[in-house]
Design a protein around this ligand. Sequence first.
Ligand code: AKG
Ligand code: FE2
Length: 359
Amino acid sequence: MANYQLFIDTGILEIPNVVPLNHCKEVSKSLIDITLKIIFQNEDISTVPDELKTQLLTDKNLREKYLDNPKCVWKDNNPMKPRVSKNTGMVDIHFDPLVKKYITFNPIMYSHIKTLYDLLTNRKDELCYKDGPDRIGIKPKGSVDMPHHLDINLFRDYPTPHRVQAFIVMQIDEEQKARDSGTIEVIKYFHKYIHLASYFFKGKLPDTGSIPQQLPKNIFDLKALNSWLKEVVYTRNTDDEKLLELIDSKELPKERIELKWESIGMKTGSLFCFDQRTPHHNLRNKSDIERIVTYIRLYPHRYVSDPSVIKDYYLHPEKYDTRRYNNSEEVVYFKNNLSERTKVDETDETVKKCLIIKS
Ligand SMILES: O=C(O)CCC(=O)C(=O)O
Ligand SMILES: [Fe+2]
């Protein structure tokens, strides 16, 4: 059994062997194929050696060597509009048939994430895809660090429940140093101190209200935060009534925990979950093996205001501008057989829960 308590304590949890390796391999191949097809549909990439093809996404020299239009990786040939970002690696593929088959409605994955929500909220609830199916991520060699961020805003009310953010690793170089493998880097235990961090960074970090909130390393200074926690918070060395109240408002770890960025070495087939209050970003990749993940955004049913649209996101994505399905390159590329791609088995128990299909 997975050590769910570790998630509550540290804010992160890796659960290995959620998807068998042969399925991960099939999915990875399919995701690479589709991404290359969509991005390079007007180019002939047959002469590019197979092991270099995904590096066309990150390597300008390679594109100049092999492509008629090396700028085709950008929308409108504009480098400010990358079709696959070199730092996030996120690709707008939502309806890959193998992802649907092995990942999106995977009952084991579902049950782990449900257990975490139940523990977090102290209630029991089924889960669903409130915003439709999520994207995938591909980071080939040459990808760079994603900006440090939080997917909530430090200075605003956080949505409740805190989302259990999750992805499953389809492919990663397990031999490569984590720092150079494309994996995620996080600050464990941050969720225990987030209310204090919010106080500490007020007036230091720009308060724009935007989500994700960027945490530039020079301003989001962990060394300064750690010293303040040590010298002011844990010793209660302050006359500030508001701060004292804040310190007492939540139970802090008895011994102060030094907050630091940590890259998380991971295994193919693992489900990785992190508390939404955890700062994170994925990393550069120096390996020949692409880091490929499938993101999962499940929410408890009771946070859905209109259950009738959930099923529709999946079955009629072309109707929805909201998640950019309507204009997504995937939906446009497959418009003639989109229903084939998005069709689901409405009798499957996990599909029913995830899409709130009433029997
Ligand atoms: O790819 C990752 O490791 C994390 C990406 C990310 O920022 C997220 O899932 O919110
Ligand atoms: Fe994120």
